[in-house]
Design a protein around this ligand. Structure first.
Ligand code: ATP
Ligand code: MG
Length: 422
């Protein structure tokens, strides 16, 4: 009686075991499929993340501005190409902000932004010196990236190079300051004489009045010259190439004009002026007005700085064989320019101190800066060397192709200029 019952129980147990084994098998398969799916997802996510990072880097590398990502401890997480280029040969990712930006003026606003969480925009001017590769003027723009988690915030720092704007601004400030100073002096002198004449009743003395008026005229002429020179400079600076009226002309005729205008001075000083031009027909494509100003100022300077008799002055021009560059030079054997002054000689209002005494009005110190501007507007360069008493030489180099380039610049600027309507 018990035997069939035992058999049935055994069969049921076996069936249960088989069923369990089947379930376990299915579960294992499901688990394997799940694991495989998770691994595939992870891989896809990793690839997506890699792709997103690559796109982000490409985008940020395309920026001209330096972009840096910083963590809450000031550690640099990412630097785009422009940021990396600021530190050639050094890796900046993984290092700290104060360690990379040695100048506190840059590091400080970034650290402050990290500490406070507030965005900051700071303009800093760095001296280009010593081991620091970074110099010039910069805008440091730091802010927290709002999407990052509160317990691990990240900060973006953008460094914008504003050196050339800063430079231009500085030059403008200097120019205004210098011009005001230069104009104030003759005006004060004129005012002084006027007060003497009117308030002190000296006007009744015709002899004295005449003398005062003569001095006043000298100073008004100086003011007029400063204003005229400033106008020439501003014309040259407002779109230099467009300001030029380009036309081929013979450089020899330009030299002759200059020497003619300076004839009385040359005669009075018994100066020996020589023109060295192997090819008298040499032609320049440029603005004759400015080239005349250039040569006039250079020859006038030589004569003016050396009022002694028998000064030797040479004006030369040659087209170099091979390169085709044009070289123009003006040299004299006068007192020369001290080496300490040479680096500053083309600056506006700069005059060699020891050449000038207070009473003497020889010039405004604007001549050479006009010369430089005019030569550069023609895509040329000017250089000076001086051995006092022997040879003081201003050399202008007009590379072959400079004339063509000037013409293209002028055309381009004219095309870009807004057309007048109405
Ligand atoms: P401006 O040309 O505006 O009338 P300037 O002649 O004094 O005035 P620049 O032509 O700019 O001004 O020259 C600047 C200074 O350079 C001169 O004042 C002079 O001290 C010096 N200098 C220029 N050329 C010579 C030269 N050939 N020999 C000696 N010193 C020179
Ligand atoms: Mg001069």
């Amino acid at each position: 009686m018990t035997e069939p019952f035992v058999t049935l129980a055994a069969v049921s147990a076996a069936a249960a075991i088989v069923a369990l084994a089947l379930v376990a098998l299915r579960l294992r398969r499901a688990r394997r499929e799940f694991d495989e799916e998770v691994a595939a997802w992870k891989l896809r996510l990793r690839l997506d993340l890699q792709q997103a990072r690559k796109e982000r880097d490409l985008l940020l590398d395309a920026l001209d501005e330096a972009f840096v990502l910083v963590d809450r401890n000031g550690g640099i997480l990412f630097a785009n190409r422009a940021a990396q280029a600021m530190f050639p040969g050094r890796t900046i990712v993984g290092r700290s902000v104060p360690d990379v930006f040695l100048d506190q003026k840059v590091a400080q606003p970034i650290i402050e932004c990290i500490d406070s969480g507030d965005p900051s925009t700071t303009r800093v001017v760095l001296p280009r010196q010593g081991s620091s590769p970074v110099g010039g003027a910069w805008i440091v723009d730091a802010a927290r990236i709002s999407e990052t988690p509160d317990d691990a915030p990240e900060f973006r720092v953008v460094l914008r190079d504003v050196t050339s704007e800063h430079h231009a601004e500085q030059i403008r400030k200097d120019f205004v300051a210098n011009a005001s100073h230069e104009l104030r002096t003759p005006l004060a002198i004129i005012n002084g004489y006027l007060e003497n004449l009117l308030d002190d009743g000296l006007v009744s003395d015709p002899e004295l009045t005449r003398r005062f008026l003569k001095v006043m005229r000298k100073h008004t002429e100086r003011i007029a010259r400063i204003v005229e020179d400033m106008l020439v400079i501003s014309r040259l600076e407002s779109g230099e190439a467009a300001a030029l009226k380009l036309k081929p002309f013979k450089i020899r005729s330009c030299i002759s004009d200059v020497l003619e205008r300076l004839e009385s001075m040359i005669q009075a000083q018994k100066a020996r002026v020589r023109v060295e031009m192997p090819d008298e027909d040499l032609t320049i494509d440029g603005d004759r007005f400015y080239w005349t100003q250039v040569l006039f100022n250079l020859v006038e300077n030589a004569l003016k700085q050396n009022p002694r008799e028998g000064l030797g002055v040479t004006v030369g021009c040659v087209r170099k064989e091979g390169s085709g560059d044009i070289e123009i030079w003006v040299s004299d054997d006068g007192i020369g320019i001290p080496s300490a002054d040479l680096a500053h000689i083309f600056r506006r209002f700069y005059r060699v101190e020891k050449h000038h005494n207070q009473d003497e009005i020889k010039g405004t110190g604007l001549g050479l800066s006009i010369v430089k501007r005019a030569v550069e507007a023609h895509n040329g360069t000017i250089d000076v060397h001086s051995t006092p008493g022997e040879d003081t030489r201003f050399t202008i180099l007009l590379p072959s192709g400079a004339e063509e380039q000037t013409r293209l610049d002028a055309e381009e600027r004219t095309a870009l200029a807004p057309t007048e309507t109405g």
